[in-house]
Structure formats: structure tokens, C-alpha cells
Design a binder for this molecule. Structure first.
Ligand code: ZN
Length: 264
């Protein structure tokens, strides 16, 4: 069974450890989420998307079951929504769910779809949505009580975007641990290109990351431009996600997880 610490990126872990120091914050936020957005979104999903089950969308349902079992978490509800953009997201703490765009279901192979699902399940395992709502709550009450001033809001927002990007690296590690780093790279190539059949080298984004970093380091101006653009992103660039997993594949943690997955 995988634990959050097995796959968490060190910067993600550090932020969550700070948030965990606030007394009772987990249980308070869990309740707020359960009665707030979690129920709103559940109603919205049931009202507008197609819920996968053994009777309907059995491929999606079976693959989600397989993914959750490999990780060792409860099987989340899974919905498919109509969107030509390849994307997926998760929400919820008491009853988490995963929503996957129709384009992903159509364009990804079974292994790649498991990889995408494992990324979303990685967010569930690490309780990212819970801690995201903890941060929002702290920010909201901080501002109301005058602890956080307006001038502090922007830096806090940028810090949150930084954490959000680090949490994506943790979820990517979960995906690579479950499906293998090569499948992760194939899936990332499809997400970046939107193509069903990406021919050639599945490690293209890893090579491109080198080219991107060289470009970034060519001048101070390039570095400032790229860093300013990235500061507002909630997700890291695809090339950096590919590079990070290519680096992590050599770690003991990755090899240990792959061994455990292959034995089970
Ligand atoms: Zn994610």
C-alpha cells in the first residue's frame, strides 16, 4: 500500500506539514468541504456528466477500480464530461470524485488512462483538496480579522500557486509509480500535443526541457520573462513535469514503488 509520504515532493510535504500544525484544522475543513463545495459539485456532476459504473462506461469504471486498488485508496466515483480538451480533475475529501474529459477517454490507451487516473488519485492520497481549502480558509479569516492585509494577499496568492505546482509533481510521482515512467511520458506527450498517435521518441518532452532550460538561462531577461509567466501558473510546464519524472525514475523511492506495484 502506497502512503502519501512515498510520493510527495519535498516542497509539497513541507507546506502541508506547516498547515497540519494548526489545531483541529483538518476536521474543521473536512466538515466545511463536505457540506459546501463537495455537495455542490456532486450535484453538478450527477446533473451534467455521465457517471461510470459496471453498466455504463465499464472500461472507465474498471480502470479506476484497478488504479485505486493499486494505490490502496477507496475507489472514488468517476465521471466523464464532454470536452475536446484533454483534462481531468478531482475534488472532495469525505467522498472524493474524479472527472475525466471525453477526449482523454477516447485518446488514451488503457495504460495511459490508468496513469492519468493515478495522477488524480495521487491528489486524493496526499489530501491536496483538503489542504487547499485549509489555505483558503486561513486566508479568508486572516483577511477578515485583519491579520492578512491587502498588500499581503498577492504574495500569498503567488506562494499558493507555487505550492499548487509542487503538488502536481507529487501527483505525477503517483502516476509514474503506478504505471511506470515510460507510460507517464507517453501520456504527457498526448496531453501536450492533443494527438491520438504520437509517433517517435516518447522522451521528446524530456529533451525539450533541456532546450527550454538552456533558452531560459541564455539571458537574465529570458529568465525574468519565463519566471514571471510561470509565477501565475497553477501547473508546472509540461516539459518540467516530464523532466522531473525523468529525474525521479532513478531514485530509490521510485524503484521501491514499482517493485511493490509489480508484486501485487
Ligand atoms: Zn493534478
Amino acid at each position: 500500500m502506497m502512503t502519501a509520504k512515498d510520493i510527495m515532493h519535498p516542497n509539497d510535504l513541507k507546506t502541508i506539514q506547516v498547515l497540519q500544525k494548526i489545531p483541529c484544522i483538518d476536521s474543521v475543513c473536512r466538515k466545511i468541504m463536505e457540506y459546501g463545495y463537495e455537495r455542490i459539485f456532486r450535484g453538478e456532476n450527477l446533473g451534467t456528466m455521465v457517471k461510470a459504473s459496471e453498466r455504463c462506461l465499464p472500461r472507465v469504471y474498471t480502470l479506476m477500480k484497478r488504479t485505486a486498488n493499486r494505490i490502496g485508496i477507496g475507489v472514488p466515483d468517476v465521471y466523464v464530461y464532454n470536452d475536446p480538451v484533454m483534462n481531468a480533475f478531482t475534488y472532495g475529501e469525505t467522498n472524493p470524485f474524479v472527472c475525466i474529459s471525453s477526449s482523454c477517454v477516447e485518446k488514451l490507451t488503457d495504460d495511459e488512462l490508468v496513469c492519468l487516473m493515478a495522477h488524480e488519485c495521487g491528489h486524493i492520497l496526499c489530501k491536496h483538496t483538503l489542504y487547499n481549502s485549509v489555505v483558503n480558509l486561513v486566508q479568508m479569516f486572516g483577511e477578515r480579522m485583519g491579520i492578512i492585509t491587502r498588500s499581503m494577499s498577492k504574495p500569498i496568492c503567488l506562494a499558493l500557486q507555487f505550492w499548487s505546482r509542487q503538488s502536481e509533481y507529487s501527483a505525477d510521482r503517483c502516476a509514474a509509480a503506478v504505471s511506470g515512467e515510460r507510460v507517464f511520458q507517453q501520456m504527457t506527450m498526448k496531453l501536450a500535443s492533443g494527438l491520438v498517435d504520437v509517433q517517435g521518441d516518447p522522451y521528446q518532452l524530456v529533451h525539450q526541457a533541456q532546450e527550454y532550460n538552456d533558452f531560459e538561462n541564455q539571458s537574465l531577461w529570458n529568465k525574468i520573462q519565463q519566471n514571471c509567466r510561470m509565477a501565475f501558473y497553477s501547473h508546472p510546464q509540461m516539459v518540467n513535469r516530464a523532466k522531473e519524472i525523468d529525474r525521479w525514475k532513478n531514485s530509490f523511492a521510485y524503484k521501491k514503488q514499482r517493485l511493490a506495484i509489480n508484486i501485487n
